[in-house]
Design a protein around this ligand. Structure first.
Ligand code: G
Ligand code: G
Ligand code: NA
Ligand code: MN
Length: 253
């Protein structure tokens, strides 16, 4: 079936849900937050991955409505997490550049934070390198608004885009998420190791946080810890899963 048809059906029939993947501090070994990730399980067409449907809903403009729903659901879930004892938990929200350019992302997020009485410092915004160059002035302005409230900005899939390092300064980024393609070879491929090690060293010098994504093996975690990486994410630490699953796993009563 055409993606167009599948997504239109999914929007009408509320076929989306959110999953959360744990982020673990490499200094304390503690859970520090979750990345919020959207899933589509169409009642008529089956599951479609975000890699496939996000570019489509961005093109069709559906990302604006879907994005609003993602924010509402994620912040409502964050509020639940905080109620049951995950007091210092942060949530990383993936944001599409179209939501910034056309969707008034800043005030939407702030309204929800206010509704649930959540400290803005609990939010990280994730944007890809390539997204930054779509509308640099508008994006820089939005980042500035977020920063004033204490929301941090992380650059997603770092190392895979075509953006220049100059953007790190221009946009006042707080953290780099090292793309999982570099992490997967870190123990076996000398170039991947060198790249990870250089990215972490550079980030430290610039005062940026580093987050390694896609960690699947214990050895990868150990090397990243030795290199001074700050935060770890990947199947080894936990797969993206429902709010209920995560609270059952992570909340210690
Ligand atoms: O969840 P998964 O790793 O399959 O995600 C694949 C891609 O879809 C990633 O690039 C991710 O950033 C993107 N993605 C997942 N959830 C969201 C979301 O809620 N909003 C946006 N804009 N992108 C998302
Ligand atoms: O682009 P972004 O970094 O937001 O994409 C995150 C995607 O990576 C999600 O779809 C998530 O399911 C996936 N992911 C998270 N951890 C791992 C991992 O350890 N291995 C692999 N292969 N994928 C992962
Ligand atoms: Na992301
Ligand atoms: Mn990423």
């Amino acid at each position: 079936h055409e993606l167009e048809q599948i997504m239109t059906h999914a929007m009408k029939n509320h076929c989306f849900n959110m999953v959360y993947q744990p982020l673990v501090s490499l200094t304390s070994g503690q859970l520090v937050g979750f990345e919020s990730l959207v899933r589509c399980e169409s009642s008529r067409y089956g599951a479609v991955g975000p890699d496939e449907f996000i570019p489509h809903v961005e093109q069709s403009g559906m990302i604006l409505d879907l994005g609003d729903w993602i924010f509402k659901q994620t912040l409502s879930d964050l509020s639940e997490m905080r109620k049951i004892g995950m007091d210092d938990i942060t949530i990383s929200l993936n944001i599409s550049p179209i939501q910034i350019i056309e969707g008034n992302v800043f005030s939407k997020v702030m309204t929800l934070l206010d509704k649930y009485q959540i400290d803005p410092a609990a939010i990280k915004v994730e944007l890809t390198e390539t997204a930054l160059i779509k509308s640099p002035q508008r994006i820089a302005k939005t980042f500035e608004h977020f920063h004033k409230e204490g929301v941090k900005i992380w650059l997603d899939d770092f190392g895979t885009g075509y953006a220049s390092l100059g953007l790190l300064r221009q946009f006042n980024i707080d953290g780099l998420k090292i793309d999982r393609s570099f992490i997967s070879g870190i123990t076996t491929n000398n170039e991947d190791f060198t790249l990870c090690s250089a990215i972490i060293a550079m980030a430290q010098r610039l005062g940026l946080e580093t987050i390694a994504e896609g960690i699947e093996h214990r050895e990868q975690l150990q090397i990243l810890e030795q290199l001074g990486c700050d935060v770890a994410q990947g199947y080894l630490l936990g797969r993206p899963s429902s709010l209920a699953n995560n609270t059952a796993t992570w909340v210690k009563m």
